[in-house]
Write a protein that binds this ligand. Structure first.
Ligand code: ADP
Ligand code: ZN
Ligand code: ZN
Length: 732
């Protein structure tokens, strides 16, 4: 038997299938193996078996060993690998690595085995009675306990003492065995299984998602409309059909609350996969899914690769969230993966959001997705009022600070009343834009109508969509003011200002710096919930999912940061963010207020966001995308080339571009834009970076992308890594 093997080396030059002979090891498709490679032995994946090889079988080397006593990659995942390679231009091995816990590679995880105590099956009830004297209460109690089921030795010893256990063992009543232990993350979380009755709207939503003829549904439901209950009920129904389910949430909304809800509802049938797990825990959860012991997986993006079989339902909650795009190698879009798996298994995919991406809502409106709506909140309380503060006006009135006068006033009120406030700072990427603080003028690209990004290294403004460079502004071209802002407000500075304003008031700060430790994130949220502080200052991390009943005030300090981010999606992102952050205020019986500070108070994003008018916003934004030719009306494809030698990378880019250009000239009507250039960030970690950027008309996406990938293959050279990105989230 010939085994087709992908070796576990991430390198363009070895991204091929190698043939080995089985060597009598009975290797099957999906097994991990050890193979001789050059003068080394490497781990690899057997992705196929065949009767014959194109090579002389006498020259093929035999597989050295099988690495696991189970098969870790299913037929479905092998098909997914091929799909991903074709769609996202990935290496085989980079896909395969996503399918197994990282720690399995190199054999770094062992199954944990512990001693386990059970009643012996060879001893009858009567014999037990004879064997234990009536006064040996502890022994009798232990027998009583073991009648309900076995338990780990350590647990028993703690409760009954070693002597009691030994006594039963000596009499042959109890036996010890080795048993694999699964490390259960968050095992301490208690369940509170109070189940709610679905509203009519919720029940109809579940029916439509599972019963409709479309594979994909878009569940558009305002915040607090009870989407989570819909997901859980749909999952329940799918489980009853003997199938499995995948529930995806943005990493950030994986709060203990969410975990608790799922544990309460599905107990140990749910496994969790997210970055907060230790390697051992991650492996155990993965293994429970592989064996079918757990049939639901709850996790962040990468849980879409969970080894469950016969998937009946995949949920992507907060589907608009940027974290569903993987932006470093391997680059992929979670939604495409989920859709592949749903279609492969004849299951369903539901995308849920209060602010769906323009792309998804458009597909729903066109009828490609089934549109399921939950227009009303479960509770009778409305959404909090959003008050817009014009920061240019503040400047003109002599207030040069971080807080508008109104926000300062409201903060005082909140603190005095014993309530809580959240101050939100907008943070995306490491770059920034140039803006006039007086009139709100924003520097934009003359050709692309997107905001220019400020690069401090060379003090230039650059367009990330066409590569054009501009001098940094020193004066506003509109009003002549020299007050140009290009930096960001730091969380640290906000906290310092607050400490001056409110001496003695508890203030917490949550951002990348304060949450480097795994548990810090939960600690800070816990402290705020316990009212150890009255003000929480934070970045994106505090935007969603959290429920603090005493928060009555939310301040968005620099809403514009995402509005003018150099990205065609910036209006969309800002709308989503404002809606989400606003949802943190006034969640219980106390009325909430949101203060949004901006230099562009009349921008349409704020007009619609203020009224929570998603549909109005969609119409406007959708229209503008169509007019400017940005996604979803086009597809942006970025081919990124990196390598240590500048000349080599540049030449590779140049050669590739010649071929792409030739293709474009023959097919002019399929393209909207094509250019080769240095990447906006020209060098990262000693690697030089060049890119070919194109915008393709949507209807030609499939054919053009395939053709470009073919051109890449033809032009790839040693020393240059080539990556593709479809509609990248960031263009640095
Ligand atoms: P969403 O995910 O749409 O923002 P949630 O699922 O968090 O909304 O629901 C909002 C609140 O309403 C939660 O506290 C939830 O427990 C409650 N809830 C949901 N469905 C029902 C129902 N059918 N009856 C009573 N309460 C419900
Ligand atoms: Zn100006
Ligand atoms: Zn441009």
């Amino acid at each position: 038997m010939i085994c087709k093997v992908i070796v576990d080396v991430s390198n363009s030059e070895v991204d091929r299938i190698f043939d080995y002979v089985d060597g009598g090891l009975d290797v099957k498709k999906g097994d991990r193996v050890l193979v001789p490679f050059g003068n080394k032995k490497l781990e690899g994946f057997c992705i196929d078996t065949a009767e014959k090889s194109d090579y002389d079988p006498a020259k093929l080397k035999p597989i050295a060993a099988k690495l696991d006593d189970f098969s870790c990659i299913s037929e479905e995942m092998l098909a997914l690998m091929r799909f991903m390679k074709e769609k996202f231009y990935l290496r085989y091995v980079d896909c395969l690595r996503l399918f197994i816990p990282g720690q399995m590679r190199g054999g770094r995880v062992r199954e944990l085995k512990r001693l386990y105590v059970e009643l012996s099956k060879d001893v009858s009830e009567e014999e037990i009675e004879k064997l234990i004297p009536a006064r040996a209460h502890r022994q009798l109690e232990l027998v009583e306990k073991l009648r309900e089921g076995g338990e780990y030795l350590s647990v028993i010893t703690e409760e009954f003492g070693a002597a009691t256990v030994k006594a039963l063992e000596d009499k042959g009543i109890a036996v010890k065995t080795d048993k694999a232990v699964y490390r259960k993350p968050y095992d301490g979380l208690k369940s509170e299984a109070d189940r709610v009755r679905l509203t009519d709207a919720q029940r109809q939503a579940v029916d439509k998602i599972l019963g409709g003829d479309k594979t994909v549904s878009l569940l558009y439901g305002v915040t607090g409309s009870g989407k989570t209950e819909v997901y859980m009920n749909a999952i329940d129904r799918v489980l009853k059909q003997g199938k499995t389910a995948i529930m995806l949430v943005p990493e950030i909304s994986l709060t203990p609350q969410m975990l608790r809800n799922f544990r309460a509802r599905f107990s140990s049938g749910v496994a969790m996969l997210h970055s907060g797990l230790g390697p051992g825990e991650r492996y155990d959860e993965w293994k429970r899914l592989l064996t079918g012991e757990a049939r639901i997986v709850l996790g962040a993006r990468s849980a879409v690769f969970a080894p469950v079989k016969n998937v009946g339902l995949i949920v992507i909650d907060e589907e608009h969230d940027a974290s569903y795009f993987s932006e470093s190698n391997p680059r992929y879009n979670t939604c495409d993966i989920a859709r592949f798996r749903a279609e492969y298994n004849g299951g369903k995919l539901v995308l849920g959001s209060a602010t769906p991406s323009i792309e998804s809502f458009l597909l729903a409106r066109k009828g490609e997705y089934s549109l399921v709506s939950l227009p009303d909140r479960i509770s009778r309380h409305g959404m909090p009022k959003i008050q817009i503060e014009n920061m240019s006006q503040e400047l003109i009135s002599g207030n040069n600070g971080i807080f508008s006068r109104r926000l300062e006033q409201e903060l005082r009120k909140t603190v005095e009343n014993g309530n809580q406030a959240i101050l939100f700072l907008n943070r995306r990427g490491h770059s920034s834009f140039a803006m006039c603080k007086k009139c709100g003028y924003i520097a934009k690209c003359e050709d692309c109508d997107v905001t220019l990004t400020y690069h401090s290294v060379d003090n230039m403004l650059k367009c990330h969509y066409c590569g054009k460079r501009y001098k940094m502004l020193t004066q506003c071209p509109d009003c002549g003011s020299k007050e140009i802002r290009y930096g960001k407000i730091g969380t640290q500075r906000v906290v310092e200002e607050l400490e001056k304003m409110f001496p003695g008031v508890g203030i917490l700060r949550m951002d990348n710096e304060t949450t480097t430790k795994k548990s810090a994130y939960l600690d800070i949220l816990g402290a705020f919930k316990a009212k150890e502080a009255q003000i929480l200052v934070g970045t994106q991390m505090i935007a969603k999912g959290h429920d603090f009943p005493d928060v009555t005030l939310v301040g968005i300090l620099d809403a514009d940061m995402s509005l003018y981010f150099s990205d065609y999606r910036s209006a969309e992102r800002t709308f989503q963010l404002v809606t989400q952050v606003a949802g943190r205020a006034g969640r219980s019986d106390k009325e909430g207020l949101v203060i949004l500070q901006t230099y562009s108070p009349s921008h349409y994003v704020y007009r619609y966001a203020k009224n929570y008018d998603y549909l109005g916003f969609f119409e406007k934004e959708n229209n503008s995308r169509e007019v400017t030719g940005f996604p979803p009306y086009s597809t942006i494809l970025r081919v990124l080339m990196t390598g240590e030698d500048d000349e080599t990378v540049k030449n590779c880019a140049r050669n590739m571009f010649v071929d792409v250009r030739a293709y474009e000239l023959e097919n002019k009507n399929e393209f909207l834009f094509l250019q080769a250039m240095r990447s906006p960030v020209a060098r990262i970690e000693r690697n030089y970076r060049y890119q070919i950027l194109m915008r393709i008309k949507r209807e030609y996406e499939d054919t053009v992308v395939r053709e470009i990938y073919r051109i890449i293959d033809e032009n790839k050279v040693r020393g240059v890594s080539v990556f593709a990105q479809i509609n990248p989230q960031s263009m640095s």
